[in-house]
Design a protein around this ligand. Sequence first.
Ligand code: GAP
Length: 493
Amino acid sequence: MADKEELDSLCKRRGFLWPSSEIYGGEAGFYDYGHLGARLRDNWERMWKDFFLGLGEHYHMIYTPNILPYRVLESSGHVDHFSDVLVQCKRCGNSHRGDHLIEDIIGVSAEGMNKGEISTFILEKEIDCPDCQGDLGEGEDFNMMFDLDIGPKGERKGFLRPETAQGTYMNFAREYRALRRKMPFGLATIGSAFRNEISPRQGVYRLREFRQAELQIFFVPEYNQGSFAEAYENLSTKKIPVLRAGCEEQKKMSLDDLDDLPKFYRYHLGKMFEFYSHKMELSEDKFRLRELSEEEKAFYNRIHFDVEVDMGSLGGWKEVAGLHYRGDYDLTQHQESSGQKMSVPIDGERKVPHVIELSFGVDRNIWALLDLGYITGDRDWIDLPVDIAPYQVAVFPLMRKDGMLERSREIYDLLNSCFNAFWDKSGSIGKRYARQDEIGTPYCVTVDYDSLEDDTVTIREISSTDQIRLKVSDLKQELWSYINKEKVFKNNN
Ligand code: GAP
């Protein structure tokens, strides 16, 4: 089980991620990605795009601005509803998020409680300020959006987007036409979202600026369910770890067992499961799909399951993604407020499409990979899916003499043309292996004296530490087969 301090220390020491603006004392809720973190994040985003755009013939990426005009977020409901309950200490003035305070001090979930319920609970349980033990004030609604002025004289109000989704809804009608009126169709985007969290905490888990990867699938339920239902049949008996709303115990359930949910929703639950199981390679006892109760659901959702990962460094089950059935809420709101048609013609009628949203927090998913992958003991190493590790292969000369240095550089150049490769010529060979283990490089290639005789090299695999000898002429192809899982790395000795 990963220890938060150890993992933080590794992330800083090796170049993954750390609090931003550290040299000026930092500002809670902002993180920087170093050279390895940036590689890992880019690779994760590429994997996400490949997998989720692959779900539909008419699924595409779009990119939209971080700043949205006031009217967009007023229409979406964020101006009125996107708030948490803030509780302020009457003595020291520190602000606390009401539901977190209750969860941390009393140990019960307070998600979904309104300001009145939180104030009463705090009074009844005599909860004091955790910082100075002073009395706490009444709970108040605090809108989490960062507002700003647009234009040199601040003529117009705007916000940093609290979710990437809204930019996508703005483009629904234009893309529907540009994509020749196909339905269902999907628009995905990856980018920053901003929330002025009352108490940013637990590293990248609760940030004020974070990245989201979101896919909005537009469809008309009465007409397009068939296209999901067909694909559903291949997944229907698949068992997935589920925690239903109101249940204490999580269970492995087949998608067929969840028959109170529409098939199009179950199909996407199955695909979310596949992403975590096959792509992120998480073991099935480490993640689950948890259904949110009526009180917990976001204001725009009709059906809402979160993906939760059991992360030791963050104290247990934590949300990393969500599957949201938003119905026609968003397009109807924007149609009414903007006066622009969001409906599509079907059988002589006009229908406002519904949205199913697959929403992922990139930072939380990166942390989940590091948390579950970090293995300590005789040897410290990170078990990452090979195709998204910062480097896929490292190349070393055994020694920097007798031509080994030059030959290892040639082999590095050869491999770097098609993999993310790293060349390391300094330190003992043991230390070089250890350095690569600590950053999750799945394969290490070493050029030794025999290499100079017969043009072979050793290749070592990270999890088993097994080594095999390969001809340099076969290296690229073999490595390719291991990384693409076409072949299993096996030591035949
Ligand atoms: N468009 C839907 C939406 O934004 P959300 O549940 O509020 O839904 C989606 O956010 C995902 O974004 C979450 O599952 C989480 O992974 C990530 N996320 C939300 N708030 C975050 C924060 N303050 N810091 C880091 N990630 C966050």
